[in-house]
Design a protein around this ligand. Sequence first.
Ligand code: ASP
Length: 471
Amino acid sequence: MKRTFTAETPLQKGNKVNIAGWVQTRRDHGKIVFIDVRDMKGVVQVVCTNELAKELRPEWVVEIEGTVKERPDAMKNPAIETGGIEIAAEKITVFSKAKTLPFAIDTDGYEIGEEHRLKYRYLDLRRPRLKRNLILRNRVTQLIREFMLEEEFVEIETPILTKSTPEGARDFVVPSRMYPGTFYALPQSPQQYKQLLQIAGFERYFQIARCFRDEDPRADRQPEFTQLDLEMSFVEQEDILDLTERLYVSLVKTVFPEKKIQQVPFPRIPYKEAMKKWKSDKPDIRKNKNDPNELAFAFIVDFPMFEWKEKEKRWDAVHHPFTKIRNPRPTSPGQSPGGRAKSEIRKENAKDLLAQQYDLVLNGFEIGGGSIRETDPEILETVFEIMGHTKEETREKFGHLLEAFEYGVPPHGGNAPGIDRFIAVVLNEPSIREVIAFPKTGDSRDLMMNSPSEIAPTQLKELHLRNDAKP
Ligand code: ASP
């Protein structure tokens, strides 16, 4: 007999159905037993004789054949979708038994130690709150795809085994077996590929991309995270901001209609003003911080191009080195369009140079950032020089990109809003771990798979590696 989802059983009043799922609860009333059966779409109440349900325990996986009956009026429960009916069981098949779960799954789970929850994440995910979070996340990514395709973007996958990109974090590296002593790097973002795709003539690229950054433990960071990576040709800063804004307005309206966006167009706040007024480059500009449905988006613009790293005694790019430097005055001959005169881009001026960079902030969180890109190889070489790289190092690391810029490069720019953070903020979740199916702990461990872990000596040998560390 064909299986019916629990949520669809109310449409089958009087009919025989076959449902399957987990025993959520069992209530013994002497001769009869009530059990709630849960599947991916909901729960339904089943009435059985004690005989039939004798053995059943919570979280056993069962198949039940029975007839859908209207409940007596006094027994109806309008709070649940199937509350008007119940299934009178005729046959029960047990697919598998279950041990007592290590924790309760019918609560929101915040009261349980997180390490415990992450060790048994597959059970934690049975919790309705996490189910809801992942289903909403799926709706967000689905809507992003629809929106971007409608705007004529092309979704293109870029490699995971790649070469280091300087985005300010440490790379995760993968040793090459075939080329002893060499390594791939996992992408900190698809930055260089998306720029190369502009040179290839894909004027509108996007990808729901996984990024990897080996950062020291910081509250609520993940070594891998997901972003909507996008890049466009023949655009200026305002084109990207406008597209990003329309996307978020549409996301909120469609997926989170109960939320209210404080201000559209999102305010564009210069970095200097943000620092002066809020002492933060990700200010929380909500008028009413007590309202859980208030969303205050803003773009922070006109960031400095460089920041001084006291520890390393060198200038570093605030966003990344591919960002175009802003021209504070109107363009005149000898200046790259919208950029500074080449002669003004010097180490002595580093602290005064502004970038065509923008961050998207929401309720005090940075949820994305991007920039218009510099495409003049000479200026890029100067930027790398200011950051302390010799010409040779720059050629060695970025020669492929600089060379590509010599074959006809359109003006281009992009953005990369983070998906995990946006969903966590909108859902008022305390951590992005609450909106990721299988997150790592705050200190980058996967407690369920027990990773990172040692590998076999034979694997090490194949990779030409020696393990000096004792975990
Ligand atoms: N690649 C940058 C990032 O991941 C975003 C961008 O400039 O488009 O932060």
